[in-house]
Write a protein that binds this ligand. Structure first.
Ligand SMILES: [Fe+2]
Length: 245
């Protein structure tokens, strides 16, 4: 089995672990520039960096061009490269029947795989000329499960700003109770609950905001509401509701 075949084999299982909901995402309805809601996250037998669905300066002033460029081209690309490298090592270990490094490789796969998925969602959760308020079924679900849209924004803002060290604030769909939940992730992979589907993810690693906002994480989180692509979040909820555990 060559490396490409090995990656194809292990990749399929990792896609299952990290979120089938990412596949075949519907397109957003916010303008042509933001319509690329179908990034190819796994192609040619390897995980792949999806193109940013808008220009690097399209989210200004909320997110500046330099930050977005480094974030996508360096940080996200790094997770993809490390994920593929880790999976190749896992496949080689499997070929040899040598699982001495399985613990470290498993940790690396969880970290980099989760980083790849969350960043891929993050790009499509944002769009130029977006923001405003959620509408339709999404707004109804938020009101039913989280009090009201205003209270949800308060909750997700509080959860996001208070993430310890590096991580994410997340609006997720929990398919057992069929409810929306506000969650935190530390790093990319910690504090999750198996089975939840991330719908809206707000990156609060310092690499997401430090060049413009320095230590003012709360100012960045306040500004990011101006570029939330609610149509993308609504489309993700529609997809997530089709899942069963
Ligand atoms: Fe990030």
């Amino acid at each position: 089995m060559d490396r490409r075949e090995m990656l194809k084999t292990v990749g399929a299982s990792v896609i299952g672990a990290y979120g089938l909901a990412m596949l075949g995402q519907p397109q957003t309805a916010i303008g042509a520039d933001a319509a690329a809601g179908t990034p190819d996250l796994f192609k040619g037998g390897e995980y792949a960096l999806p193109p940013l669905p808008y220009a690097y300066d399209a989210l200004e002033p909320a997110i500046d061009k330099e930050t977005l460029t480094l974030h996508h081209d360096k940080h996200h690309a790094g997770y993809v490269k490390a994920l593929n490298g880790t999976l190749a090592k896992l496949a080689a270990a499997r070929e040899k029947g040598d699982f001495e490094s399985i613990k470290a490789l498993g940790r690396d796969a969880a970290f980099n795989g989760s980083g790849h998925i969350l960043h891929s969602i993050y790009w499509t959760n944002l769009a130029p000329k977006a923001g405003g308020e959620p509408k339709g079924d999404l707004a109804k679900a938020i009101a039913a499960d989280l009090g009201s849209v205003a209270r949800f924004k308060e909750e997700l803002t509080a959860a996001t700003v208070s993430v310890e060290a590096s991580g994410w604030g997340i609006l997720a769909y929990e398919p057992v109770a069929k409810v929306l939940r506000v969650m935190q992730a530390e790093k990319h992979q910690n504090l999750t609950q198996w089975g939840v589907v991330p719908l809206l993810v707000l990156d609060v690693w310092e690499h997401a905001y430090y060049l413009k906002y320095q230590n003012r994480r709360a100012d960045y989180v306040k500004a990011i509401w101006d570029v939330v692509n609610w149509d993308n979040v609504a489309a993700r909820l529609e997809q997530a509701r089709k899942l069963a555990i």
